[in-house]
Design a protein. Structure first.
Ligand code: DHE
Length: 584
C-alpha cells in the first residue's frame, strides 16, 4: 500500500485514449485504435454485437449504388454494427460521431471513405486500416456499404416480446416464505460477463451459492424493493427474474425486450414495491414496463423523437440508466441522444403520464444523493451532471464537472468535513474526481457546485464507491492504459478532504489477487451489507483466471481473495441490500 499526493509519476497521470467516441479527442496517427479490439477495454465503447448477428436485407438496387452482394452487405452490416454503430448510430444518423447518411457519403465518395477508414482523422476517427484492425477487403466492403441506404434492424413490439416471454414458475406456484437459509441481504449478484451468467456469492462465507444462466454479455443486476427478486439484463436484452426465496435461487420468468439493452429497474415507491419492472433498450429505442411478479410486458414506449435543444428528430435515442423514485410512483429514464430525462408515472399505466425533462445530450449513468431525493446523472460526452429533484420531477441544476467524461456508476455519497453532503463522480478522460454539494437546505452555498476536485490514479476510471459506515472513498481506473494503474484502486480518507490536495492510498488489488497470466483490470467496488468491507473484481480475459478481492474497509488490508474456476470475467457486483435500498 502506498500513499500518494497529487504530485504523481507520469505513468499514473496517463489519461486514457480509449473511448474515442466519448472523448471526441484525437487518435494518435499510426497507433492501434485502443478501445476497438482490445479486450476488455474495447468492451467499453458501445458495440451492437447482437444486432451484428441479425441478417439484414440488401435494399433494391438504386441508380448509382455500388455493386455489392447480399453476403457482402450482411458482412459489412455486422462490422458496422459492432465497430461503428456506437458512435455513428445504427441508422447512421450520427451520435457522438458524425452522420453517415447516403447524402453525405455519396458526396464524399468511395475513395474518401476508404481513406478515412484506413487512416482515421484527428477528430477521433480510428485508423482502422493502418492499425490492422480491418483488412483492405473489409474497408472496401464497408465503403460500398456506406454508399447504400442503411438497413433498419427489426422492431420489437408487443407480439415479438410476448413471443419470447417465458413464465417458468407462476406466482401461485412459488413459495410463500423463504425456503432456503440464505441471508439474502448479504448476497452479491456478480456479473460473469463473457460467460453470460451471474454468480450469487454469500457475503459471509464468500462461497458461490449458485451460478445462473442469463443473457449474452450480461450487464447489470437490480433487486426488487422487497429483496426477493433479482433482475438481470444481458446486452442481448434478455431479462432474467430470479426468485431468491426458492430452495435454490431460480429463474422464474424471462423475456427479451429488444435486440440490444443495458438497463433494468423495479418499482420502489412505498405501496408499489415489487409491482412493476422496467427495462430500457438501445435497439429498438424504447422502454417497457412489465409486471413485477411475472415479467409480462404491459406497456412499451418508444423514445424516438426530438432532441431537447435543436428540436430535430432523432430516430434512435438509446435508453441508458433507469432509476426508481422513492418519492413518487415514477421511473426515471435517461434517454441518451435526445438528452431527455423521462419521469414515467407508473401509478396508472393505462393513462400513462410522462414528464419530459430537458437535460443534456448523451445521458449515461447516475444515482441518488444520500437523502434519495435528488438524482444526479452524467451527460458524459458533454462533461455535465444533470440534477433532478424527484419530489418535484424537475431539473434543478446542470453542473459542469470540470473533468473529461464523467462516469459515476451510481456515484458515491460522502459527508464532507467542510462542504457537508456531497456526491462524487470520477472521469473516463482524466484523473479528476468531482465532489458536488447535494444539500440545498443545510449547505445552500455549496449545493449543485463542484466544491472540490480530487486527483486520483489517472484517466480510465469507471466507478467510485463508499458506504454510510465507511470513512473512505474508493476510485478505480480499469481503463487506464498503464497496467499497474488499471489494476489498482485509490482510496481517499474522508477526514483528509480538508487538505488542499488530499493524498490517497493505493491498493494493489491486482497484485493481491496473485494472478500469473494476463493483464486483469480492477473494476467496480461494492460494499457488503454491513459496510465494513468492499469487494473488487479482478477482470481478466475469458480464457484466464479472474478473482474477487475483498478489502477490510477499516484497515484497508486484504481480507480475502475469492477464486473459483466458475468466476469467468467478473465485472459488476450488486449486494442485495445496498442495491435494493440505494445505499452507495
Ligand atoms: Fe455499463 C451500468 C451502458 C460498458 C459495467 N452501463 C451501465 C448503465 C448503462 C451502461 C446505460 C446504467 C444502467 C442503469 O443504471 O440502469 N456500459 C454501457 C455501455 O453502453 C457501454 C459503454 C458499452 C456497451 O456496449 O455495453 C458499457 N459497462 C461496460 C463495460 O465494459 C463494463 C465496465 C463491464 C461489463 O460488465 O460489461 C460495464 N455498467 C457496468 C456496471 C454497471 C453499468 C458494473 C452498474 C454500475 C452500478 O454500480 O450500478
Amino acid at each position: 500500500m502506498t500513499v500518494i499526493s497529487k504530485l504523481r509519476t507520469a505513468a499514473l497521470t496517463a489519461s486514457v485514449a480509449i473511448p474515442i467516441a466519448l472523448l471526441g479527442g484525437p487518435s494518435a496517427a499510426q497507433d492501434k485504435p485502443e478501445g476497438h479490439g482490445d479486450a476488455p477495454a474495447a468492451q467499453y465503447t458501445y458495440s451492437a454485437t447482437t444486432l451484428g448477428e441479425i441478417d439484414v436485407e440488401l435494399p433494391g438496387r438504386k441508380p448509382g449504388d455500388p455493386v455489392i452482394t447480399p453476403s457482402e452487405f450482411n458482412k459489412a452490416a455486422t462490422i458496422y454494427f459492432e465497430r461503428c454503430a456506437g458512435c455513428h448510430g445504427v441508422l447512421r444518423k450520427g451520435a457522438t460521431g458524425k452522420p453517415l447518411t447516403t447524402d453525405i457519403t455519396r458526396e464524399n465518395g468511395y475513395d474518401y471513405l476508404v481513406s478515412f477508414m484506413t487512416y482515421g482523422s484527428p477528430a477521433g476517427m480510428p485508423n482502422w486500416g493502418t492499425s490492422g484492425e480491418l483488412s483492405e477487403a473489409e474497408i472496401d466492403m464497408l465503403a460500398r456499404y456506406l454508399l447504400i441506404e442503411p438497413p433498419a434492424p427489426p422492431e420489437f413490439g408487443m407480439a415479438a416480446m410476448r413471443g419470447t416471454w417465458k413464465l417458468h414458475v407462476a406466482p401461485e406456484d412459488r413459495p410463500t416464505e423463504q425456503m432456503n437459509d440464505l441471508e439474502i441481504d448479504k448476497l452479491f449478484s456478480v456479473t460473469l460477463r463473457d460467460a453470460g451468467q451471474v454468480a450469487l456469492i454469500d457475503g459471509d462465507s464468500y462461497e458461490i451459492v449458485k451460478v445462473l444462466e442469463t443473457g449474452y454479455a450480461v450487464h447489470i443486476s437490480r433487486i426488487s424493493a422487497s429483496g426477493r427478486y433479482l433482475f438481470v439484463i444481458g446486452r442481448d436484452a434478455k431479462v432474467n427474474m430470479i426468485d431468491l426465496w426458492m430452495e435454490e435461487p431460480t429463474t422464474v420468468a424471462e423475456i427479451k425486450v429488444g435486440s440490444e439493452a443495458r438497463s433494468i429497474e423495479t418499482s420502489k415507491m412505498e405501496g408499489w414495491e415489487d409491482k412493476y419492472a422496467i427495462a430500457g433498450s438501445y435497439w429498438p429505442p424504447q422502454y417497457v414496463i412489465m409486471d413485477g411478479a411475472t415479467l409480462e410486458p404491459l406497456k412499451i414506449k418508444s423514445t424516438r423523437g426530438m432532441i431537447y435543444d435543436t428540436q430535430e428528430f432523432h430516430p434512435e435515442p438509446r435508453v441508458a440508466a433507469i432509476i426508481s423514485s422513492h418519492y413518487k410512483p415514477e421511473f426515471i429514464v435517461n434517454v441518451k441522444e435526445t438528452g431527455k430525462i423521462l419521469m414515467v408515472d407508473y401509478s396508472d399505466i393505462k393513462n400513462l403520464k410522462v414528464t419530459e425533462i430537458e437535460a443534456e445530450r448523451f445521458l449515461h449513468d447516475g444515482g441518488l444523493d444520500s437523502t434519495k431525493r435528488y438524482f444526479l446523472t452524467a451527460a458524459n460526452a458533454r462533461n455535465k451532471v444533470a440534477v433532478i429533484d424527484t419530489k418535484t420531477s424537475s431539473l434543478i441544476a446542470m453542473v459542469d464537472t470540470q473533468g473529461q467524461t464523467p462516469h459515476p456508476g451510481r456515484g458515491a455519497n460522502i459527508d464532507h468535513p467542510v462542504f457537508g453532503p456531497v456526491w462524487a463522480t470520477s472521469h473516463l478522460g482524466d484523473e479528476t474526481v468531482a465532489l458536488i454539494g447535494t444539500d440545498p437546505e443545510g449547505h445552500p452555498e455549496h449545493a449543485w457546485k463542484v466544491v472540490q476536485q480530487l486527483y486520483a490514479l489517472g484517466g480510465g476510471s469507471l466507478f467510485v464507491k463508499t458506504h454510510p459506515e465507511s470513512e473512505h472513498l474508493y476510485v478505480d481506473a480499469p481503463l487506464n492504459p498503464d497496467a499497474e494503474v488499471s489494476a489498482s484502486i485509490a482510496v481517499f480518507k474522508v477526514g483528509d478532504l480538508t487538505q488542499e490536495e488530499p493524498e490517497y492510498t493505493v491498493l494493489p488489488i491486482g497484485e493481491w489477487a496473485a494472478i500469473a497470466d494476463g493483464q486483469p483490470r480492477v473494476v467496480q467496488g461494492e460494499f457488503n451489507r454491513e459496510g465494513d468491507e468492499i469487494w473488487f473484481s479482478v477482470w481478466n480475459s475469458k480464457d484466464k483466471e479472474s478473482a474477487i478481492v475483498v478489502v477490510d474497509d477499516k484497515t484497508l488490508e486484504l481480507k480475502k481473495v475469492i477464486k473459483d474456476e466458475r468466476l469467468v470475467t467478473p465485472t459488476g457486483k450488486f449486494n442485495v441490500y445496498n442495491t435494493r435500498a440505494d445505499v452507495y
